[in-house]
Design a protein around this ligand. Structure first.
Ligand SMILES: [Zn+2]
Length: 495
């Protein structure tokens, strides 16, 4: 038994080591690699992914799991959970032929470069063939598992345990019924709140401010880094090396502020996983939806609140020239202006989930065979018009704007919408125990971080999304609170 545990720990260590190497290669690919280097780095990623695949599905691993399961009641609960996750992973992997797995890993690494060029050239046709391949690999991999549920529901459940098409259909139907008409009403009251925020700020100034905000909300820059990339993201090598990126537009300084706070929320989660889980498979977020609940919590509930800026403005005004002329009210209204826009990452809180709805319906349509890849630009534009009332003039502002599909992240988008819903439920629970507004006004962001850490972060992956929601809020996912929150907030701002 002792021997099997030791063997198991060593195998997990090796597996985590490979994952960390993959993370560093991925980081390099997205922040540093020149175009000429894509090919080799993609091959390296393919090679290492195959190594990880071989290790996970090896006879040695299977035998060790079998041994440990013979005396399951004597095993530490952490290892028990790890075995559950490992077995799930093996179930998914073992049906895929290794060569196909490697081909797919190389394809997705290469596809990011293809997507970038297509986006730069504003030409969807250049991206369409690889996108077609990525979707068909995903479809094939799910079919290999021979499950009863439909393909998209299986994918959704892989990201978020318990999620499926019928639950999400219900959620998005709610948005169509409540938020789409509410948005139309608000649009009639067009205000130009954000004019005050459109000043120029140098990249250097924005970078300094972004780091100041990260420190202010509690991201540990000794165990993390902030860099720059076309599409902001968070990448974890381990909990003591958490890497964030943001992006700077000189004409739109508040864009980097919100990207930074968003990624900071992911980063604080990763840094906060309990030390005892560090070397285990549980050193990760509970699910992508819970992960997004943390980033959206920091970005919207904290970052777009009046009280946060009340606390922050005073501290930063004399240090950042661009901020010195702005009043609290100008900032608050400016950052909360509702403008149906084309770009998801720049979207306000009210319209954000409508952007997700467009992507959700497209993924569902392709996987069910209703839509064809070649028609995506047209379908995209029609849906944007229907839900947001705006139409992209080109693919760069439309179907080519997100990196996700090129990385193989099909089914990821709904995590953002789920994150929004979770975050409001989490806020309501927090408010029962803490004067959140007062804490923000006094700049005591640490209290919020400690609360989130105690209730969510430290548990890592050892609790499922449902278990977290039940223990924190006493309820499962419930979109009603989210819809009520949005209507209240924006009725106030827009009278
Ligand atoms: Zn995120």
């Amino acid at each position: 038994m002792e021997k099997s545990i030791k063997k198991f720990r060593n195998m997990i260590k090796e597996k985590r080591m490979i994952d960390s190497m993959l993370a560093i290669l991925q980081w390099d690919l997205e922040t540093q690699t020149p175009k000429g280097g894509y090919k080799l780095i993609s091959e390296m990623i393919g090679e290492l992914s195959l190594k990880s695949y071989n290790l996970t599905t090896s006879k040695e691993v299977l035998d060790t799991i079998k041994k440990l399961k013979e005396s399951l009641n004597k095993i530490d609960p952490i290892i028990k959970k790890e075995i559950d996750f490992l077995e799930e992973e093996i179930e998914k992997l073992k049906v895929i032929p290794p060569e196909e797995y490697k081909m797919y890993s190389e394809l997705t690494a290469k596809a990011q470069g293809v997507w970038e060029v297509a986006r730069e050239d504003n030409n969807f046709e250049k991206f369409a063939p690889v996108l077609e391949e990525i979707f068909s690999f995903n479809k094939k991999f799910i079919e290999y598992r021979k499950l009863d549920s439909d393909i998209y529901s299986t994918i959704l459940n892989d990201y978020e345990k318990g999620m499926n098409v019928s639950k999400l259909d219900l959620f998005f139907d709610g948005l169509k019924k409540e938020i789409v008409p509410f948005l139309k009403e608000i649009n009639e009251k067009k205000r130009n709140f954000s004019d005050k925020l459109s000043f120029t700020s140098s990249k250097l100034e924005q970078e300094k401010f972004s780091k100041e905000i990260l420190r202010y909300i509690g991201f540990d820059l000794e165990r993390g880094i902030l860099s720059e990339s076309a599409h902001p993201f968070t990448l974890t090598v381990n909990k003591d090396d958490v890497r964030l990126t943001t992006r700077y537009f000189e004409e739109l300084p508040f864009s980097s502020v919100f990207s930074t706070i968003h990624e900071g929320g992911h980063g604080i989660y990763e840094q906060g996983v309990a030390e005892e889980l560090k070397e285990t498979m549980l050193a990760d977020g509970s699910s992508m939806g819970i992960h997004e609940s943390q980033s959206r919590f920091y970005e919207n509930i904290i970052g777009r609140s009046r009280e946060f800026w009340y606390g922050l403005l005073d501290r930063s005004k004399d240090k950042y020239k661009s901020l010195s002329t702005l009043s609290l009210d100008e900032v608050y209204k400016g950052i909360n202006e509702v403008t149906p826009s084309l770009i998801r990452v720049e979207a306000d809180e009210l319209t954000y989930s409508l952007h997700i709805m467009v992507r959700y319906e497209i993924e569902k349509g392709i996987l069910s065979g209703e839509y064809e890849i070649k028609d995506l630009p047209k379908i995209w534009n029609e849906k944007m018009y229907e839900y947001l009332g705006v139409v992209p003039e080109n693919d760069k502002e439309g179907v080519l704007q997100d990196v996700h599909w090129s990385c193989g992240l099909i089914g990821y988008f709904p995590s953002y919408a789920l994150g929004n819903v979770y975050s409001i439920q989490i806020l309501n629970a927090m408010k029962k125990q803490m004067n959140v507004e007062g804490v923000l006004e006094r700049g005591e962001l640490n209290k919020i971080k400690i609360w989130l850490n105690e209730n969510i972060h430290k548990h890592g992956k050892s609790k499922s999304p449902n278990e977290i929601m039940l223990s924190v809020t006493g309820e499962e996912l419930n979109p009603d609170y989210y819809i009520t929150y949005l209507k209240e907030k924006y009725t106030n701002i827009y009278d």
